[in-house]
Design a protein around this ligand. Structure first.
Ligand code: NAD
Length: 331
């Protein structure tokens, strides 16, 4: 198949080429799919997109006019594509449902440890030959309560890791896992209870209409003073204005995020002007108790190998007129 790979990053291209084994004709472009870039799909059989690409109903309509009938996502999350519109247009969409939940859960843990033990501030001081210890006080994770919101593939690994630290685990999910209860003594609780009791809250749900702005003023007011919040799921699960207010009041002790509500067009690029135009992001960047990474929780060798292999597998299935089990549409 002739495939246009939108939002391709230097780091992933060799992995995609290796998995492809020269089977498909892959063209890599840096640009994300948008209304401006959709015409670049002219002449291709399929496209591949990532988390920052926009595949809303209008864009899908244009892709359909260009005879694009296959879209393979190089991500697990699919909140950026209108699956209903794709199905109506007979466009097949597939994702990479499970590439490495370890990559994301370990990154969430890294954010938590770096914030709690003030690693960034400590390293900054040492770069200036300042070896003082003021304001570097953290707390033991052992015996603390960790609230895990979303106990699917990534949340399950987070449970395993936090259980290893000696934490008490509270979970919230619409589907409960007996395995997690039995293996790690996870206790499921209503979200409000989890917020009241957790010293750390880590988010691992998809972004849906139900989880949009799930973390807002009303829930923040229920949380423990000084709670640490970690979000490696999707930015819009948190109401950014409300979380900034919580940080300013000291209600939230620290925030670690790999994803940001308005990351589209800012993350994955090196354009300071765009970042400077976003006042909420500027506020977050300026806060010493906020640690931000640019949506790279998935960036491990294992994860990008799996992403590349599954992406090519999805294309192989379609080329052979087969359905892939990773299809999100019922076409
Ligand atoms: P998953 O489907 O295995 O788990 C998600 C869990 O959330 C499920 O157990 C589900 O029942 C639960 N859930 C869904 N809606 C809910 C709701 N309204 N309330 C409570 N729980 C709800 O997915 P996963 O592989 O664990 O990934 C979770 C999310 O992490 C993805 O959707 C994606 O957005 C994000 N992600 C981020 C990165 C990154 O690089 N930062 C990488 C991969 C995935």
């Amino acid at each position: 198949m002739k495939v246009l790979v939108y939002s391709s990053k230097k780091i992933e291209i060799p992995y995609l080429e290796k998995a492809n084994k020269e089977k498909h004709e892959l063209t890599f472009i840096k640009e994300a799919l948008s209304l401006k870039t959709v015409m670049l799909s002219t002449g291709y059989d399929a496209i591949s997109i990532f988390a920052a690409d926009e595949a809303n109903a209008v864009i899908l309509e244009k892709l359909n006019e260009l005879n694009i009938k296959h879209i393979t996502l190089r991500s697990a999350g699919y909140d950026n594509i209108d699956l209903k519109a794709a199905s109506n247009l007979n466009i097949k969409v597939a994702n990479v449902p499970a590439y490495s939940p370890y990559a994301i859960a370990e990154h969430a843990t890294a954010l938590l440890l770096a914030l709690n033990r003030k690693l960034i501030e400590s390293n900054k001081r040492i770069s200036n030959f300042n070896f003082t210890q003021d304001n570097l006080l953290g707390f033991d994770l052992n015996n603390k309560t960790i609230g895990i919101v979303g106990t699917g593939k990534i949340g399950s690994v987070m449970c395993k890791i936090m259980h290893g630290f000696g934490c008490k685990l509270l979970g919230y999910d619409i589907k409960e896992s007996k395995k997690l209860v039995n293996s790690y003594q996870l206790q499921y609780a209503p979200l409000k209870t989890l917020c009241k009791e957790a010293d750390v809250i880590s988010l691992h749900t998809p972004l849906t209409t139900e989880t949009y702005h799930l973390i807002n003023d009303s829930l923040i007011s229920e949380m423990k003073e000084g709670v640490i919040i970690i979000n490696t799921a999707r930015g819009a699960i948190i109401n950014t204005e409300h979380i900034i207010a919580g940080l300013e009041k000291g209600k939230i002790g620290a925030l670690g995020i790999d994803v940001y509500e308005k990351e589209k067009g800012v993350f994955f690029s090196n354009d300071s002007q765009k970042a400077l135009e976003d006042l909420l992001l500027m506020k977050l960047i300026a806060m010493p108790n906020v640690l931000i990474t640019g949506h790279h929780a998935f960036l491990t060798k294992e994860a990008i190998t799996n992403i590349a292999e599954t992406t090519i597998y999805n294309l192989n299935c379609w080329q052979e007129n087969k359905t892939t089990e990773n299809e999100l549409t019922n076409v």
